[in-house]
Write a protein that binds this ligand. Structure first.
Ligand code: NAP
Length: 340
């Protein structure tokens, strides 16, 4: 049994991860931590647990986590994970970081997009971007896994196969994505208050969302050249789920069959990516509470563009589920363990 620590266990991704790990056949929740001074009964934040589980979320202590865990999951806000990850890596632990602190390869991107200097830039090279469908081989050997962001996951899974095969123009990619409110985390922010979000639909952080460089980094690797995108996130008044609607210009003579073949071949062995049949477009209801990413597309012959849809649950494939998938790969467990 693999001993797992979840730091930031009271937050949305921490709660979801704890729920998944408790049901995992090869993992044990060995310690859950909080910044609070007193222990919190897990039941208070996760009331759905069986009555024989009496776990507590305990005040954070580096030594306790070091003693009790083989793998340390960081479900902490951006910038909080930098030093913590470094400490556990020095202690020989495998770290799976759900924040953005190790996702970007270029340290200069942190002051630009996150308003902070990276305090451990040396670790950025070592970190493996934890998109299993693309980096499975590297994840198997990684000690620091940078779990992808919720918005980047769907568009990356949809677009990387098409850029690899040079089927779409890297100079014209527009991503409109709508996320459920849990994407913003548990902390109180006026924009996500019930009265602001309910029955509303609005764009935010237009052209300046911090996930832009992460998406561009993945797409540039796939295209073999720099890719810049237009990315417009929207807040959707549902609790969870992201639907990305992506517009791309087709390269000359590219047909619907070529797009389908590229997606189906790329994801044939990926248990959590489902390419929908012609005429079906993904729906949040089909992916909520699952680790699936559903992808559908339609070609607009009039404009020479393809419209691609990718749907995920932000807290599962976009965070905790993907983190468990990464743990499974890293420790030689079946990739689907605890996730189906
Ligand atoms: N929400 C999503 O859909 C999603 C998806 C992918 C990635 N992520 C990333 O995953 C990380 C966790 O996200 P989340 O949605 O779980 O956030 P959250 O609900 O706000 O929870 C974060 C937890 O971290 C703890 N914490 C430790 N230091 C903190 C500090 N200085 N300020 C505030 N909280 C602190 C808090 O727990 P205590 O107060 O108990 O210590 C809090 O419950 C973030 O980096 C986020 O960007 C989130």
């Amino acid at each position: 049994m693999l001993n797992c620590a979840v730091l930031g266990a009271t937050g949305y991704t921490g709660i979801e991860l704890t729920r998944l790990l408790l049901a995992h056949p090869g993992a044990r929740v060995s310690i859950l931590t909080t910044r609070q001074e007193k222990p919190i009964a897990l039941r208070e934040v996760l009331p759905s647990i069986p009555k024989n589980i009496s776990l507590e979320i305990v005040p954070y202590s580096f030594d306790e986590v070091k003693k009790k865990a083989d793998v340390v999951f960081l479900c902490l806000p951006h910038t909080e994970a930098m030093a913590t990850a470094d400490q556990f890596l020095n202690a020989g632990k495998v770290v799976i970081d759900l924040s953005a602190d190790f996702r970007l390869k270029d340290p200069k991107a942190y002051p630009e997009w996150y308003n902070v200097e990276h305090t451990f830039p040396g670790r950025l090279k070592q970190a493996v971007y934890g998109l299993p469908e693309v980096n499975r081989a590297k994840i198997k050997k990684a000690s620091l896994i940078a779990n992808p962001g919720c918005y980047p996951t769907g568009p990356s899974l949809a677009l990387i196969p098409l850029l690899n095969k040079k089927l779409i123009d890297p100079d014209f990619i527009i991503i409109n994505a709508a996320s459920g409110v849990s994407g913003a985390g548990k902390k109180l922010v006026a924009a996500t208050h019930y009265c602001e979000a309910n029955e509303n639909y609005n764009a935010y952080k237009v052209n300046k969302h911090q996930h832009i460089p992460e998406i561009e980094q993945s797409l540039s690797e796939a295209a073999g050249r720099k890719v810049t995108i237009t990315f417009v996130p929207h807040l959707l008044p549902v609790s969870r789920g992201i639907l990305a609607t992506i517009y791309a210009t087709l390269c000359p003579k590219v047909t619907e069959a070529m797009i389908r073949k590229a997606l189906e071949i790329a994801h044939a062995k990926n248990p959590f990516v489902r390419i929908l049949e012609e005429g079906r477009s993904p729906s949040l209801k089909d992916v909520q509470h699952t680790n699936f990413c559903d992808i559908g597309f339609s070609i607009d012959h009039r404009t020479g563009r393809v419209v691609i849809f990718a749907a995920i649950d932000n807290l599962i494939k976009g965070a905790a589920g993907q983190a468990v998938q990464n743990m499974n790969i890293r420790f030689g467990l079946p990739e689907e363990a605890g996730l189906l």
